[in-house]
Design a binder for this molecule. Structure first.
Ligand code: SAH
Length: 501
């Protein structure tokens, strides 16, 4: 393939100036122990002082009056206070100056005096008076991300920061320090080319995953074994290290209900093994080049779990990062337990990421609280397949003030109803079926237990759906208001007025 002419390094898009000019050069300033002046004593000044103090600057605030936040900072001896107006002489020796007053004349005076002395100056909300600006900051020290709109749209810059913030694991700084602490060891152990390949494997493999999940002991042993392997094998070739598996709960199907960790790991996986309950909208969040393999089970399919086990082992052995995506939570009717038994037996590193299980999603979407101080103090999750299970305490499940959520119960609906009725549930025991919770086309059907199966059949409810039984299934937030305003009935033991407070 011939490269396009403009893709040559240093070509048209390079140094020749074809790109738009940058309004500012982003740099990181070392201020540790250096003097900085803030003119102004209000809330905005207090925010700037807080950043400068975090960066280790020796801050002096010039202002006749003080915001309480600044008073606290002065009391903690984090900054000094000159209780007077601004005078240019105060700039002597300063590494930088910030003007944050609401008096334009003072701000202009600060700007002029600083420029004359070549001291970097920022005037809050006045890019034209400033020689530097404060970016929106993401602080995962020592990793820092600074976002700027060059003063054109600060709100947009903050929004960009929020979006990046959501993508960056909370323990990213910890990972950077973990790596920093081991640089010397690696330098001694590996040659130049091998080092780079080694660090690539560290940031994309089991070591990083574990640090980011807060398991530093596990990370340290993964690191040590990776280093040993690297010393033994020729690392200059970038030979792949050991693979790992992310057992990820993907929630009820709405991508916005993924956890941040699920999203982060999904975006680094090389291979994705996904269940039938995982929709395209979630798979689209994975890397474009990741291999996607559907491993959904048909009812009664007994061989599929074996195939899943085979694939997990095969890809991990090939050094791949495998995301095993399961609907809801991996440990709620998800066979996640069996999969980690397998991985542990084969010494394959794995991590389990919880997801919003269908019961919680359905309850939230249908506005049925699973527990409620007046209606239920306990909840049980049961699989519909358990309808013939004599070990289950059906009498407890049939109690009005206990909530039961049946997963996979659609086909067994009449049998479940009969079982609960036989165990003492009344004909008018409240019940609800939630179809496609948190997915397009979601439906909530409520009825007395005696009618719920007929209603679901009549409405042609299809999987995925689940059944909630118990007093909470008749709950309606709107109905509760007049009831709460009325005098309390003798049966209510927890005063509902408190619930509203
Ligand atoms: N591990 C999953 C459950 C797998 S069992 C979890 O934690 O949610 C599959 C059953 O979950 C389905 O038969 C259905 O009863 C329920 N379910 C899963 N997603 C659902 C959804 N979006 N709406 C309603 N029920 C759902």
């Amino acid at each position: 393939m011939r490269p396009a002419p403009e893709s040559a390094p240093g070509g048209a898009a390079g140094l020749s100036g074809a790109r738009a000019r940058m309004d500012y050069l982003p740099v990181f300033l070392r201020l540790d122990g250096r003097p900085a002046l803030i003119v102004g004593g209000g809330r905005v000044a207090a925010r700037k002082v807080a950043w400068l103090v975090r960066a280790g600057a020796r801050v002096t605030v010039v202002a006749p009056g003080m915001h309480t936040d600044l008073e606290a900072c002065i009391n903690r001896a984090e900054c000094a206070h000159l209780q007077r107006g601004f005078e240019p002489g105060q700039l002597a020796g300063m590494a930088l100056v910030v003007a944050a007053t609401d008096d334009r004349a003072v701000n202009v005076a600060v700007s002029d005096a600083a420029r004359q002395r070549n001291i970097p100056v920022n005037v809050v909300d006045s890019p034209e008076l400033s020689t530097f600006i404060f970016p929106a900051i993401i602080d995962r020290s020592p990793i820092l991300v600074a976002v700027s709109s060059a003063g054109a749209a600060p709100v947009l810059a903050r929004r960009v920061r929020e979006q990046i913030e959501a993508l960056l694991p909370a323990r990213l700084g910890r990972l950077a320090r973990f790596m920093g602490e081991r640089r010397g060891d690696v330098q001694k152990a590996l040659g130049f080319l091998a080092r780079r390949a080694f660090w690539e494997r560290i940031v994309t493999g089991a070591t990083a995953t574990r640090v980011l999940a807060g398991n530093e002991a596990g990370a340290a042993s993964a690191f040590a074994s990776e280093l040993r392997t690297s010393q033994l094998t020729s690392c200059a070739t970038g030979a792949s290290g050991s693979g790992e598996v992310y057992l990820i709960g993907s929630g009820p199907g709405d991508p916005d209900l993924l956890t941040l960790r699920a999203l982060q790991l999904l975006q680094q996986a090389d291979v994705i093994l996904y269940d039938r309950l995982v929709p395209d909208a979630i798979l689209e969040r994975a890397r474009r080049d990741a291999e996607r393999i559907a491993v959904g089970k048909e009812v009664g399919d007994r061989t599929q779990q074996q195939r899943i086990h085979q694939l997990l082992l095969q890809f991990a052995a090939a050094g791949k990062r495998v995301a095993r995506l399961k609907g809801g939570d991996p440990f709620v009717f998800g066979r996640g337990g069996e999969e980690i038994e397998l991985l542990a037996a084969h010494n394959i590193p794995y991590i389990v990421v919880p997801g919003i299980t269908a019961a919680l999603a359905a309850a939230a979407c249908a506005e049925i609280p699973l527990t409620h101080r007046r209606l239920a103090h306990s909840v049980t999750f049961v699989t519909g397949h358990a309808v013939g299970d004599t070990q289950l305490d059906w009498q407890a499940l049939a109690a009005l003030h206990h909530t039961v959520v049946f997963y996979m119960g659609l086909a067994q609906l009449p049998a479940i109803v009969a079982r609960l009725r036989a165990a003492g549930a009344r004909a008018d025991h409240p019940a609800a079926v939630i179809e496609r919770a948190a997915l397009p086309g979601q439906r909530v059907l409520r009825a007395e237990l005696q009618h719920i199966a007929a209603l679901a059949a009549g409405e042609q409810v299809a999987p995925p759906a689940l059944l909630i039984v118990g007093a909470v299934a008749a709950f309606s937030a709107a109905d509760a208001l007049p009831r709460l305003a009325a005098p309390l009935s003798a049966k209510v033991t927890n005063p509902p007025a408190e619930a509203l407070a």
